[in-house]
Design a protein around this ligand. Sequence first.
Ligand code: PLP
Length: 376
Amino acid sequence: MKIPTLDLTRNYERIREEVADALEEVLESQYFILGPVEKAFEEEISAYLGGAQAIGCASGSDALLLALMALDVSEGDEVITTPYSFFATVSCITRLGAKPVFVDIDPDTYNINLEQLMDKVTSRTKAIIPVHLFGQMAPLEEVSHELESRGIAIVEDAAQAFGSWRQVEGEIIRAGAWGSIGCYSFFPTKNLGGYGDGGMVVSSRSDLAARLRTLRVHGAGTTYIHEEVGLNSRLDALQAAILRVKLRHLDEWNEERRLVADRYNLLFAEHDLLENVKPPKELKGNYHIYHQYVPRVNNRSKLSAFLEGKGITTRVYYPLCLHLQQCFGFLGYKEGDFPEAEKLSHESLAFPIFPELTVEEQEYIVGAAADFYAKK
Ligand SMILES: *Cc1c(COP(=O)(O)O)cnc(C)c1O
């Protein structure tokens, strides 16, 4: 058996005709940038999120950069975030000359530790960027009121969490629709993924939404009249057309991912592996969409190599924490500064997960892991 971490070809099989029709429509119109298809997609996203305005852009990385630009983050400002995420969560901060301030993670959810976060707030703190890592939301209600009262913006990095939600006091809050600005990526491997790069920023604040719309077209509110220096960062119509098709199926696919995650949890327990494989935890009130299924494992590199030998590909997200990356050396962080994040970077192993993964494949994967630990 050969099992990749993600098999997009199986997903394409399910929507081949719908995608062909959607693409055909764009090709017939010859309208590729900021046209009706992209506008329709923005409106559908807005409806999905319960009303926040949605503004397409070229990537999730650009979404984060645009968000901080719209909040006027610049030199002298501090932005608090997690050391355990994809690089783009932090590069948007240093790009603008601001200073990233890291806070360790919660060992259970892998998300930023919100208790420790409040200790790092200073008079220079302009924003925080929580990441809803692997598809699970951070419980932002713990800090949102206090941050708001201090005028500190929340920019949600929801690149891995489109469709995820959290129930707070009986109300459903969707990932990305909570903070001042939410950021999504439509990179092909994400739960809602295009067939190329793409991203989106969303905001319920009309002042920020208007600024974001201007910033993505070189800061021009009116064509060729530039109020400020922005970016060239749009979501093109071909991607929007594909994403509209996928959005129609997304809730069903996320539900299938949750079934895959449940089945892993069950199988690891049935095979008596919980000493060696510690399944990820889902926080009460959360609807985790398992962009990744990431347990902590013993003997990671040997297990991963053993599984590879059996045709099963696993991946490490992330092998080196952001505070230890060479390009952020100037910040002066060192090993030991964020012990929980560093520990996780040595223990986490992402298993194959996608809606179409079969029961037989999962049984084969967990059986192989059981063989590995039995031999040890
Ligand atoms: C994928 C990702 C991004 C960046 O998205 P791109 O579309 O690849 O630029 C940012 N943050 C996180 C947490 C991501 O997983």
